[in-house]
Design a protein. Structure first.
Length: 197
């Protein structure tokens, strides 16, 4: 299993919401997860719990000044983004580069997925890394507050890229969890001091 890097990387700067440019949100809980399966690029929908997680994380961004909402075009991310977009009264821009990895193991038990191993079919981690870096680097150049609704391994790869620790991945985001990224590429979990229960 990959060794996660220290959380010291996440706490080396003061909280200044105005300085954050990118907020990475993992979609809410989906049906495949309740079945213990890796969702991959399947179009599995949100559960009722997942819809509530989307509502809760979306409510954290009221008053933050979000002007752009980008989402993976997979169903569970789309449904999460639609809930957030409705709360923030903002349109969604869909980007296939924000999809989860297409590793050829969709539907298999999550316990059997080892992201550090090479695959025999589908995308490799390097393929995913290129997609992630393309999106993150582009958004870091834009002077707008942006929310990106995407997937677990996508976010872990993005945080590893920002920390300069790849191939070691970033922390595992919870469903409906969010990370804020500043202009320097520093990041921390975003909760605005509110309960995440």
């Amino acid at each position: 299993m990959p060794i996660l890097f220290s959380r010291e990387r996440e706490v080396d700067h003061p909280r200044r919401v105005a300085s954050r440019l990118i907020y990475l949100i993992r979609h809410g809980e989906c049906v495949a997860q309740t079945q213990g399966a890796f969702s991959g690029q399947s179009d599995t929908p949100l559960t009722a719990k997942g819809r509530e997680q989307a509502r809760l994380v979306g409510s954290l961004f009221r008053g933050v000044g979000i002007t752009k909402l980008v989402s993976s075009d997979l169903r569970r991310a789309v449904q999460t983004a639609e809930i957030i977009g409705s709360l923030l009264d903002i349109r969604i821009a869909f980007d296939a580069d924000c999809r989860e990895i297409d590793d050829g193991r969709t539907g298999q038990p999550e316990s059997s997925i080892e992201p550090t191993l090479p695959w025999t079919g589908g995308e490799t981690m390097e393929d995913l890394r290129r997609r992630v870096v393309r999106v993150v680097d582009r958004l870091q150049q834009e002077a707008v507050e942006t929310v990106v609704v995407t997937h677990g391994l996508w976010i872990r790869t993005a945080l590893g890229h920002l920390a300069g620790s790849l191939p070691t991945l970033g922390p595992v985001p919870r469903n409906g969890g969010a990370y804020e990224v500043d202009r320097a590429g520093r990041f921390r979990e975003f909760d605005r001091g509110e309960s995440t229960a």
